[in-house]
Design a protein. Sequence first.
Length: 288
Amino acid sequence: MLLMFYSLITDLCSVCTDAPLSKTCSFTFQNFKKLDLLNFTKMVEQSKFYINPPSDPNEFVQQMNTDFKQILDNLIPEKTYSKRNTLKEGTKPVWFTSDIISSKQKLRQLECRYKKTKTTDDFIAWKKYGRFYCKQIKEARNVYFKSLLSTAPVNKRWSIVNKLLHSTVISGYCSNCTLSATDFNEYFIDKIKNITVSISNKISNLVRFVVESHNLHMCLNEFTEVTLAEALQALSAQTKSSPLDIIPLHVMKSCPIIFSNIICNLVHCSFKSGIFKISLKQLRSNLF
């Protein structure tokens, strides 16, 4: 009878304590590596903002973003990917042994090999090793729980079972508590008074600095136009791109003449109108 009860407890633990699956996340992605630069250059040269750029910078940027989005959606449409977040290093189950970790790495290698070759033999090898990997995890989990229960003292086994089953104990209401609502209210009133006194003392000890104001008026009426060579130099000097950029930096450097003309038109438009698009100030690159 005792052995049956012991076997029932271990089986129940192995079922109820499976590690929860991590959440899946979805994201959209455009593969710029597959972008045809010749077609991209032709479509940009035929776009509305490139042939007839607006005089207002806000309209210019809005039209540029719209045209670029249409061109990219035509050449490299967005694809939606979903993946399951992996467990962090500190959240691995305690029954994960070194053999299981190495098996997981080998399983990943077989998966990558199949995705590269697309052969039937690699697919069978990947699925076969995946079943072996799942069996390894179940056996290691069962061994861990059985050893944990068998080595524990008799008076500690029920507490271990409760912990394995994730049971929580809710504390009861304290009937001997003498704290009243008035005491609770006065405690916070005194706390606020102490904070007020502390802040007022710190403010009184601050030293006031008086800074003389200087009436400096600077007015720039004329600007030197940015040449195509200067725009090319500014484009080649950039080293990093940002997620806020519509076009990655490596695509801009692959089409230097096109984007240098766009930079020149946008700079001239901003200087003439005295308006600079706020969204361009948030980009990581210094082109604008």
